[in-house]
Design a protein around this ligand. Structure first.
Ligand SMILES: *Cc1c(COP(=O)(O)O)cnc(C)c1O
Length: 469
């Protein structure tokens, strides 16, 4: 499979194993495949009832295409999802439950740090270590996190050869649970840097370092990394197969969205032939994506802090990958559009000859939630099914319920984190804190002192730290 940058008019073709070691393309674009592989109805039927690992292998090998030998790919997948890393519910790594008639929830958070980000990162870490070993290279990864990415990446890369992680996080602004998760992983090849500032300050610092070519190359582990997007596609297949009445029947999906990485994987699954009818994007109060889908206007808006913090974004980076398809692979137009967006902070599809109805043609719909909607969704879900959901999942459940057509097509909502990570909001909704899974019981007390280097938001200081480590 050939990969290109969304902004490269020359369409220089690369392989999966080239692009997943890079983050952004050198021209500032994101890597996308020139064509999507397909899964035929017969192949889909054959995956019905297959273990999750088997589905991952069947999907991933279409993207990796010999870049990683089949036998190795199988081994990496087995290792990534083996217990005790991933818990299982009734034997499933991504179990699906019907919480109300026709409304299903797929739990993506049974991994070591209790968010869906574990699923992609556990595999990506192993693939990167394998590829670097084969090439004889070393890679430093620099990232910024407001919570879930940091701990999931550190849990995945801890102790792996050839890779060092530098993770910036805001000094204040993460939950105690999230800070403790990262703190417990410090040491060895994992460096936690706590910035006296906000998440945006952390992201700015990362950008400044990465834009200085004299300072060397850094890899990325956020969802601009193509490897993450690919590794999220298989759970749309497994979720579909557990939800559809018969293989081949359509279902609708709803995905709590921030940077649009998770939903992009669902969209690609649809393009591969999975019968997903409607792709419903759910946002919280930070509704950049909801506005985009409804009006065709993409407008930067400073993020406010909400009870679903992993969706508190001011722009949705992965939208550029969808834009490449909307513009039928015209890199020049993508470049002009993204330039206009970065200069003016606002751009309308109508300036490019497209109406907002283009999103519906691709299957997209959207909605948003507010604090009281999420609280109500947590309470109602518990009442109806006894299942406790987290605030991010609640956002999807709220939007998904409103979008139900009553036409018998099931709705599948992606559950992106366990409620244990957001106990305060769950307590507000239910009046009690759910039982912590055993593996998280002593988390806060296992945090080591001095596991974060504390730093002012100053790029010179950061560079000094990076150079000395
Ligand atoms: C990261 C995250 C999201 C948002 O996912 P995107 O891929 O950025 O759209 C939603 N929920 C949780 C719990 C997350 O950690």
């Amino acid at each position: 499979m050939k990969m290109v940058s969304t902004r490269d008019e020359s369409k220089e073709a690369l392989h999966y194993t080239d692009v997943f070691l890079r983050g952004l393309a050198p021209d500032g674009g994101l890597y996308v495949p020139l064509a999507y592989p397909t899964v035929s109805p017969e192949e889909l039927r054959a995956l019905s009832g297959a273990p999750y690992e088997e589905i991952v292998f069947a999907i991933k090998r279409r993207f990796v295409e010999g870049g990683i030998p089949d036998g190795t790919l199988r081994d990496l997948i087995e290792a990534a999802y083996a217990p005790p890393l991933f818990e299982r519910e009734e034997g499933a790594i991504t179990p699906v439950k019907e919480i109300e008639e026709g409304f299903f929830v797929e739990n993506l958070s049974l991994g070591p740090t209790a968010s869906f980000k574990d699923i992609a990162l556990q595999l990506l870490g192993r693939e990167m270590a394998f590829e670097l070993g084969r090439r004889g290279g070393e890679l430093s990864i620099l990232g910024a996190t407001s919570g879930d990415t940091g701990s999931a990446a550190e849990a995945a890369f801890k102790g792996l050869p050839h890779i060092t992680i530098f993770m910036l996080s805001p000094y204040e602004g993460m939950s105690d649970f999230q800070r403790a998760q990262m703190g417990a992983l410090s040491g060895g090849n994992i460096h936690n840097i706590s910035i006296r500032g906000r998440f945006d300050d952390c992201q700015d610092l990362v950008k400044k370092v990465m834009q200085d070519p004299s300072f060397g190359h850094f890899g990325a582990v956020n969802s601009i990394n193509w490897g993450r997007i690919v590794s999220q596609i298989p759970y749309y297949f497994s979720g579909y197969l557990r939800t559809a009445r018969r293989v081949g029947d359509p279902i609708d999906i709803v995905v709590p969205s921030g940077n649009f990485g998770n939903m992009l994987s669902g969209y690609i699954a649809k393009r591969m032939g999975l019968p997903l009818r409607r792709l419903i994007i759910a946002t919280n109060e930070n509704n950049v994506l909801d506005t985009l889908i409804k009006t065709g206007v993409y407008e930067y808006a400073p993020a406010e802090v909400t009870s679903s913090p992993s969706m508190d974004i001011s722009k949705a980076s992965n939208y550029e990958r969808l834009l490449f398809d909307l513009f039928e692979g015209d890199a020049e137009r993508v470049k002009a559009y993204m330039k206009a967006f970065s200069e003016k902070g606002r751009v309308s599809l109508s300036e490019y000859g497209l109406g907002a109805d283009i999103f519906a043609q691709y299957g997209f719909e959207s909605g948003s939630s507010r604090e009281e909607d999420r609280i109500a969704a947590i309470a109602r879900t518990y009442e109806m099914s006894g299942v406790v959901i987290d605030p991010h999942t609640a956002d999807g459940v709220h939007v998904g319920k409103k979008a139900m057509h009553g036409d018998g097509v099931p709705m599948l909502a992606m559950s992106t984190a366990l409620p244990v990570k957001f106990e305060a909001t769950v307590k507000k909704a239910l009046g009690f804190i759910p039982d912590r899974p055993l593996r998280f019981r002593n988390l806060e007390s296992s945090m080591q002192k001095e596991s974060f280097a504390i730093m002012d938001p100053d790029v010179a200081l950061l560079k000094k730290f990076l150079a000395s480590h």
